[in-house]
Design a protein. Structure first.
Length: 514
């Protein structure tokens, strides 16, 4: 008879899960799976035990919401050290303790090894946490490569009786690679969550790219996620070469790759001079007259000198803004291309998606097919204006028109090697796109002091997020920011709830070296 309070190790699993025949069947599926080897076991855990675990977590665990460039999720932090809790706390999480020990038992580790063909797995290193993706929750593309991770797994604890429908979102999505460490723009495998389902894959440097689809409904997508590790020092099978020296997602954010798009080119800037009457006349076709008078420029220059940043609302003049708004709203009414193959001229898709994903226009794109006013920053008059406002003589610049689609697009935090001047003309109509709960905002923040940290793992002791400036998406707002060396910048993932795209023209201006 099974002891429901303290079942034996085998009784903690569903019947026949650990059978050799089942392992051989799954090994065949695993070997033939793509875009990289993965497998799904469902059901995997004794149903009564897992229901008790879910109840414990909902009643006794504190979850903290964490929003970064790479995710929005409610997390517990590391739950590996359950043995270090006092007796009262242990009793409150006794079923979770049983589950953790079952997952890292010799029986189950051997089962995973038989399916995946991986080397022996560590018995001592237990690495897991509980994540809840509420409505709007998501996790961007990454590969899990760090340290001694060997196999990544997700055990779903979604509502056991009502079920989880694919249209709720929250699926695990796997990406093919165009070359090692370079995932394609679009996922090719979708694994929707199910109660008592364990999805797992070998952590393969340069290939195991995946994300978690946004959750679209007001239901908790609860899961226990973690890793099986290679043997640690002193364990059988320990091999110091298994300490991964491959490039992690976080490290690769700073790399430039041949296939990366967009390929940005710098263009020369007109010499800094006072604006002539002809310059003012040219700029008045585009820019609000308040910002191009001598008095207006002097005021902006003083503000920029003081704060190293200015934000100008109603930047474009009313007539030009009204005409442009009609065009952007009209474009929003057309079907939004979701897959890279659906994107048509003059737009292109940025890649790789573990760095960024959005649609973009090149610097030189112009003509009736180009929706955004890309010509403005190419004007010598504008280049003289921006040098007067910033007080900086500029050598060169690049610009890019961008469309961040809801439910799809973002940029992850990236740093700059030298100080630059950055200008963004945000042209995003709509109320929901301006709601920062729906993402789409741009952020400047202090760089991470730990270059080896895993961007996809929440560190519970973080108190200061280091944000220097956060700018919500809006219509007709121009920002100019002096970005010091090492400052991170990103555009937060645009939620499906935003209802419309974030449209902007981003430009980076390089000061003349002193």
């Amino acid at each position: 008879m099974v002891d429901s309070q303290n079942p034996s190790m085998l009784d903690r699993f569903s019947p026949h899960v650990l059978d050799i025949e089942e392992a051989d069947r799954l090994a065949g599926e695993y070997k033939n799976s793509g875009p990289y080897n993965h497998a799904v076991i469902q059901p995997v855990i004794n149903d009564t035990l897992l229901r008790n675990v879910r109840k414990e977590l909902m009643n006794n665990i504190h979850f903290t919401e964490k929003v970064t460039d790479i995710y929005r999720v409610w997390q517990t932090g590391d739950l590996a050290n359950l043995d270090g809790l006092d007796e009262n706390e242990k009793n409150m999480l006794k079923y979770l303790h049983q589950l953790r020990d079952a997952l890292y038992s010799e029986e189950f580790r051997t089962h995973v090894q038989r399916i995946t063909g991986c080397p022996p797995l560590s018995a001592s290193k237990k690495d897991l946490s509980v994540n809840v993706y509420a409505k709007g929750g998501h996790l961007m593309n990454h590969d899990d490569v760090i340290g001694t991770r060997c196999v990544s797994y997700i055990l779903y604890l979604v509502e056991p009786d009502e079920g989880w429908k694919p249209e709720y979102g929250g699926s695990l999505r796997l990406y093919p690679t165009l070359q090692p460490s370079f995932p394609a723009a679009d996922f090719c495998k979708v694994i929707p969550p199910q109660w008592n389902q364990l999805s797992f894959f070998r952590v393969k440097p340069g290939h195991s790219f995946h994300d978690v689809e946004e959750v679209y409904v007001d239901k908790p997508r609860m899961a226990i996620s973690g890793w099986f590790h290679y043997p640690q020092p002193g364990e059988f099978g320990y091999n110091p070469q298994n300490v991964d020296s491959a490039i992690s997602t976080l490290q690769s954010l700073t790399m430039k790759m041949d296939l990366e798009l967009p390929k940005l080119s710098n263009f020369p800037v007109a010499k800094p001079e006072l604006l002539s009457q002809e310059d003012t006349k040219v700029l008045s076709k585009y820019i609000n007259p308040l910002y191009i008078t001598a008095e207006g420029i002097d005021m902006l220059s003083k503000r920029f000198f003081k704060d190293s940043a200015i934000v100008l609302v109603e930047f474009l003049n009313p007539d030009f803004s009204k005409q442009l708004l009609q065009q952007v709203v009209g474009a929003e009414k057309q079907p939004t291309p979701k897959h890279a193959s659906e994107v048509s001229f003059p737009w292109k898709t940025s890649i790789p998606p573990h760095k960024h994903r959005y649609l973009y226009l090149d610097h030189e794109e112009q003509g009736p097919d180009v929706l955004l006013p890309m010509e403005l920053q190419r004007l010598p008059a504008f280049q003289r204006w921006i040098q007067l406002v910033s007080g900086l003589p500029l050598e060169s610049f690049y610009q890019i028109g961008r469309r961040f689609r809801p439910g799809s697009d973002f940029t992850l935090a990236s740093t700059n090697e030298t100080a630059t001047l950055e200008a963004t003309l945000c042209l995003s109509p709509g109320t929901e796109i301006a709601n920062t709960e729906n993402g789409a905002y741009s952020v400047y923040m202090i760089g991470d002091e730990d270059p080896d940290a895993d961007a996809a793992v929440y560190k519970g002791d973080q108190q200061d997020d280091g944000i220097l400036l956060s700018l919500p998406a809006a219509w007709n707002v121009f920002s100019l920011v002096y970005r010091d060396e090492g400052v991170l910048e990103f555009v937060k993932y645009v939620s499906e709830a935003a209802g419309s795209s974030r449209w902007d023209i981003f430009s980076q201006w390089n000061p003349i070296p002193e």
